[in-house]
Ligand binder design. Structure first.
Ligand SMILES: [Zn+2]
Length: 112
């Protein structure tokens, strides 16, 4: 017998299957900083046309670190950090589906 259709289980299954695509995720947040390089002849010396510097802001062994991201990796790193947010959102949804099922199961047990 096929179990009855349950939209929560379908959602949970879809989320679980989508997680594999997020395996390259990176922790932390993506930060853009503006800075001057200090060369007096550079365009940034006016204090307005500053250079962009990209960093991953992340906790390593409980300590906050800012890791520089080379320009060629900026898009890739931004994308991989975004994956982590999608992973967390999926985990949260899966947990709330399971919690709902747990509460439902308890209720059914009591009324049986
Ligand atoms: Zn400069």
């Amino acid at each position: 017998m096929k179990p009855p259709y349950d939209p929560d289980l379908e959602l949970r299954g879809n989320l679980i299957r989508s997680l594999g695509a997020l395996r390259e995720m990176l922790p932390g947040s993506f930060v853009e900083r503006k800075r001057s390089c200090g060369r007096p002849t550079c365009h940034c010396a006016d204090g307005k046309s500053l250079h962009s510097q990209y960093q991953i802001s992340v906790l390593i062994d409980g300590k906050p670190k800012a890791l520089n991201v080379p320009a060629r990796l900026v898009e890739e790193v931004r994308h991989k950090i975004e994956m982590r947010h999608r992973f967390d959102a999926a985990a949260e949804t899966i947990c709330s589906v399971n919690l709902k099922r747990f509460l439902q199961e308890k209720k059914e047990e009591r009324s049986a």
